[in-house]
Design a protein around this ligand. Structure first.
Ligand code: AMP
Length: 397
C-alpha cells in the first residue's frame, strides 16, 4: 500500500509517501508559509530536493501542490493519485475520549473539534489537513493518529492534578501527555531491540528534542508521562519552561504589566534553554559549542536540562517500582552523547554505567550501557511517520 502521511501545523505541513510493504519513503517534504505566501519543498527518494515558491492561501492549495508533485511526469513517484491507498494524519489532541488511532468519520472529526480548546494551535490545523485530503482525494480512507492516545492508559493517580474536582468535571483539566506516537514506537522498539518480555517490562523513554517529554511504560502501557494538559509541563525544553511554580505567572504579570496570554507565550516560546541563555540558542549544538568556548550560561542551561531529565527518570523508577531499560530518542536523545552521559551520571544509584565508546554514536540504534551496567540504556531512534504509516495500514487493511 502507498500511504501518504500528513502532519499539519498552523502555517506549515510535513508529508511523506511511504510504501507499506518495503517501509521505504518514496517522497517527502514540506509546505511552509501557508496563508502567507507559500513554498513547497519536495524530494523523491534518491532524487534532488526541489523548492517551488507558489501561493498557498490555505492548506487545500498546499496539499494540492504536494499531490501534483507526487504525480509530476518528470520527478513524481506515482502515475496517478489512484495509487494512494490511504492517508494517515498526525493529530495533536484527542482528549480522554480517544484512546487509539481511528479511521476518520464524523464522530472522530467532532472529537478533534471539541479538543480545539486543548490544542488551539494544532487541532484546527490538523482538521484543515483532513478536510483538504477528503476534498482532494474523495473516497480514500483517512486515519487519525493522536499524540495523546498512547498516554490514555495512565491511572487516575498519574493524570489528576491537585485542583478542585469541578475543573476536571467541567473542563476536563488533567494530564494528557504528548509525543505519544513516538513514546509508543520507541518503547516497542526498545522491548524488541533489548529482547525484553513485552508483558513483564519496565521501560523509560526519554524523548529529548526541541520539545521534550519522558514516559514510564510498564508492560507496554504508559503509566505516566511528563507533559500535561498542554506540552508546557515537565522538562526544561528548547524554548518551553517546563514545570514552574504557577504563582510565577501572576508575579511577572504584575511586575511587567503583562497578560496571562503574554506570559504563556513567554513560557512556550522564550523560555527553556533559550531563555536561560539570554536568547543564545534553543539548539543543543550551539549550546555545546558555547559551553566549550567557556560560556557559563550555556553550561548552566545544559546542567539544568540534564538535572531535570534525571529527576523525572528517577520519579518514574519510583512510579514503576523499578526499571529494566532507559531509551533515549529524538534530536538530542539520538545525537548528543554529552547530554546522555550527563543524565546517566545521576543514575549511578540504579547501577547504571555508560560505556563511553558505545555512547559516542549518533542517530543509530545502539546499547550505550556498559556490559556490567545493572540497567540497559539504549539509543532508539524515533520515526513518527513510520509509526503513523503502520497504524494507518493496520486500520484500513
Ligand atoms: P527534534 O525536535 O527531535 O527534531 O530535535 C531537534 C533538536 O535536536 C535541535 O534543536 C537540537 O537541540 C538537537 N540536536 C540535533 N542534532 C544534535 C547534535 N548533533 N548534538 C546536539 N543536539 C542536537
Amino acid at each position: 500500500m502507498n500511504v501518504l502521511i500528513i502532519n499539519c501545523g498552523s502555517s506549515s505541513l510535513k508529508y511523506q509517501l511511504i510504501d507499506s510493504e518495503t517501509e521505504q519513503v518514496q517522497a517527502k517534504g514540506l509546505c511552509e508559509r501557508i496563508g502567507i505566501d507559500g513554498r513547497l519543498i519536495y524530494q523523491p527518494a534518491g532524487g534532488e530536493k526541489e523548492v517551488t515558491e507558489a501561493p498557498m492561501p490555505t492548506h487545500t492549495e498546499a496539499i494540492q501542490m504536494v499531490l501534483d508533485a507526487l504525480v509530476n511526469a518528470k520527478t513524481g513517484v506515482m502515475k496517478s493519485l489512484d495509487e494512494v491507498d490511504a492517508i494517515g494524519h498526525r493529530v495533536l489532541h484527542g482528549g480522554a475520549k480517544i484512546t487509539e488511532s481511528c479511521v476518520i468519520d464524523q464522530a472522530v472529526v467532532d472529537v478533534i473539534e471539541e479538543c480545539c480548546d486543548l490544542g488551539p494551535l494544532h487541532n484546527p490545523a490538523n482538521l484543515k489537513g483532513i478536510y483538504a485530503c477528503q476534498k482532494l482525494m474523495p473516497g480514500k480512507p483517512n486515519v487519525a493518529v493522536f499524540d495523546t492516545a498512547f498516554h490514555q492508559t495512565m491511572p487516575t493517580k498519574a493524570f489528576m492534578y491537585g485542583l478542585p474536582y469541578e475543573y476536571y468535571e467541567k473542563y476536563h483539566i488533567r494530564k494528557y501527555g504528548f509525543h505519544g506516537t513516538s513514546h509508543s514506537f520507541v518503547s516497542k522498539e526498545t522491548i524488541k531491540f533489548l529482547g525484553l518480555d513485552a508483558d513483564n517490562s519496565k521501560v523509560i523513554v526519554c524523548h529529548l528534542g526541541n520539545g521534550a517529554s519522558i514516559s514510564a511504560v510498564k508492560n507496554g502501557k504508559c503509566v505516566d508521562t511528563s507533559m500535561g494538559l498542554t506540552p508546557l509541563e515537565g522538562l526544561v525544553m528548547g524554548t518551553r519552561s517546563g514545570d514552574i511554580d504557577p504563582a510565577v505567572v501572576e508575579y511577572i504579570c504584575n511586575k511587567e504589566n503583562k497578560t496571562v496570554s503574554e506570559m504563556l507565550n513567554i513560557l512556550n516560546k522564550k523560555s527553556g534553554v533559550f531563555g536561560l541563555t539570554k536568547g543564545l540558542s534553543s539548539d543543543f549544538r550551539d549550546l555545546e559549542e558555547a559551553m566549550a568556548d567557556g560560556n557559563q550560561l550555556a553550561a548552566d542551561a545544559i546542567d539544568i536540562f540534564c538535572y531535570r531529565v534525571a529527576k523525572i527518570v528517577g520519579s518514574y523508577v519510583a512510579a514503576m517500582n523499578g526499571v529494566d531499560a532507559i531509551a533515549f530518542t529524538a534530536g538530542i536523545g539520538e545525537n548528543a552523547p554529552l547530554i546522555r552521559e550527563k543524565v546517566c551520571e545521576y543514575l549511578g544509584y540504579l547501577g547504571v554505567k555508560i560505556d563511553a565508546a558505545k555512547n559516542n554514536s549518533r542517530g543509530k540504534e545502539v546499547v550505550i550501557s556498559a556490559d556490567d551496567s545493572a540497567k540497559k540504556v539504549a539509543v532508539v531512534p524515533t520515526n513518527e511517520e513510520l509509526a503513523i504509516m503502520r497504524e494507518t495500514v493496520a486500520l484500513v487493511k
